[in-house]
Design a protein around this ligand. Structure first.
Ligand code: UD1
Length: 428
């Protein structure tokens, strides 16, 4: 086990490149299962979740290799249909092999996933959607057991909530179903559009991409493709918040401002200057801040609303901003868990149900804290950057799941962050 030793006080300045999105790359890897042959995915981030997904695909019979950001996946004609618990429990995103396996093999046994400690993460919409496509789906002995021996049949499906995972699973299954499927109230995250674009280039017939209703005309087979992953808007947004908190000036190349419209509006409201920019690795955006940020109210919602994955960062931002802010979390009920850790740094946060009221302080003070999930971990590191003295962030493996070379990039921008063994964890 390792931890990060963050010494506060630096103003982050310079340029970093953001790579492809974790939340897209993992699903694109699963989508590769839909076609026999070699799929090439580019700009896949170097994070542990990608390694776990690669291991899972190997267990399903694929050959997976990696060369920097390029992942090649060779899928055999027949794939195994069992995704075992020891692999699935490491990342919730492995549930997204359910739809592709069912469509390719007519059966899928996928262990119920683990994932982040940010609240119950149901699968009811995934299961209901696949049932509508004609599969029998049961949860037995910790596995989702899905069967469609005669293939899947197109259907009308309405989601109660625009779930990212349910949209993806049903979409991938419907791509190879017999006839037309209409999925209403789908998620519209840029990562969903990325999968749609990949599926379309594989030969899928999908209309309504980017809207709340997808029309999918099932085809009998799909072809492997070469596809580049959409840039990570959550990592981009994290760097933007880092610029505000440290009163710095960060250019994020490959970052897409159009995927962060509401976030950037909010950050501009806090006083940031945001402009298009070109850095050594291409175009992106530049975020700079002089003076103390102003407090900003935020309500998390499905895209194009404010992303829940950036909620810990804006809580940390408000902890040092001028004024009082209210953050409302609408997606995950337990996502404020990390606030107890932030309070250890001196943040003044009061939680009432799914609202957090934050009174900004001039400074925070360094202390040992524990990362409880990927985004909470990143939020705590950002808080450590502006805390007096040293902040020790343990359980850094959470951050490794979603932020490629986080420490290297932080130091490149002038931060003082060291990765070291965690003696407390050795004793645990
Ligand atoms: C994905 C992202 C995650 C992000 C989230 C919301 C990946 C790997 N993860 O997670 O980073 O925070 O979208 O933008 O892409 N729900 C149900 N029943 C279902 C499905 C979902 O109750 O069948 C609930 C969940 O418990 C949760 C909410 O809906 O409270 C959102 O879930 P969903 O949009 O499906 O998120 P994920 O795909 O799990």
């Amino acid at each position: 086990m390792e931890r990060l030793r963050v010494t506060g006080g630096a103003s982050l300045r310079g340029s970093v490149r953001v790579s492809g999105a974790k939340n897209s790359a993992l699903k694109l890897m699963a989508a590769a299962l839909l076609a026999e042959g070699r799929t090439t995915l580019r700009d896949v981030p170097s994070i542990t979740d990608v390694q776990y997904m690669a291991e899972l695909l190997r267990r399903l019979g694929a050959e997976v290799s990696r060369d920097n950001g390029t992942v090649t996946i060779d899928v055999p004609e027949k794939v195994n249909h069992e995704a075992p618990y020891e692999l699935v429990r490491r990342l919730r995103a492995s549930i997204c092999v359910l739809g592709p396996l069912l469509a390719r093999c007519g059966s899928a046994d996928v262990a119920l996933p683990g994932g982040d400690a940010i609240g119950s993460r149901g699968l009811d919409m995934h299961i209901a959607g696949l049932r509508r496509l004609g599969a029998s789906v049961e949860v037995e002995h910790g596995y989702v057991v899905a069967r469609a021996p005669d293939g899947l049949k197109g259907a009308m499906i309405g989601l109660d909530f625009p779930s990212v995972g349910a949209t993806e699973n049903i979409l991938m299954a419907a791509a190879l179903a017999d006839g037309e499927t209409v999925i209403d109230n789908v998620a519209r995250e840029p990562e969903i559009l990325d999968i749609c674009h990949m599926l379309i280039s594989m030969g899928a017939k999908i209309e309504g991409v980017g809207t709340s209703t997808l029309h999918i005309d099932g085809v009998t087979g799909l072809e492997p493709v070469d596809h580049t992953t959409v840039p990570d808007r959550i990592v981009t947004g994290s760097w933007a918040v880092a610029a505000l908190m440290t009163r710095g000036d960060i250019t994020v190349t490959n970052g897409r401002a159009e995927h962060l419209e509401l976030v950037l509006d909010k950050l501009a409201g806090a006083g940031a200057v945001i402009e298009p920019a070109t850095g050594q690795d291409g175009v992106g955006l530049r975020v700079s801040m002089s003076g103390r940020p102003r407090a900003i109210d935020v309500v998390t919602l499905p895209y194009p609303g404010f992303p829940t994955d950036l909620q810990p960062m804006v809580v940390a931002l408000n902890a040092v901003s001028d004024g009082t802010a209210m953050i409302t979390e609408n997606v995950y009920e337990a996502r404020f868990m990390f606030v107890n850790e932030l309070a250890r740094l001196g943040a003044d946060v009061r939680i009432d149900g799914h609202h957090a009221v934050i009174r900004g302080r001039e400074t925070l003070s360094g202390a040992p804290v524990v990362a409880t999930d990927i985004r909470a971990g990143a939020g705590l590191v950002l808080a450590g950057l502006v805390a007096e003295g040293e902040t020790l962030v343990s359980a850094v493996h959470h951050i490794d799941r979603g932020y490629p070379d986080f420490v290297g990039q932080l130091n490149q921008l002038g931060a003082d962050v060291v990765r070291e063994p965690d003696p407390d964890q050795f004793q645990a």
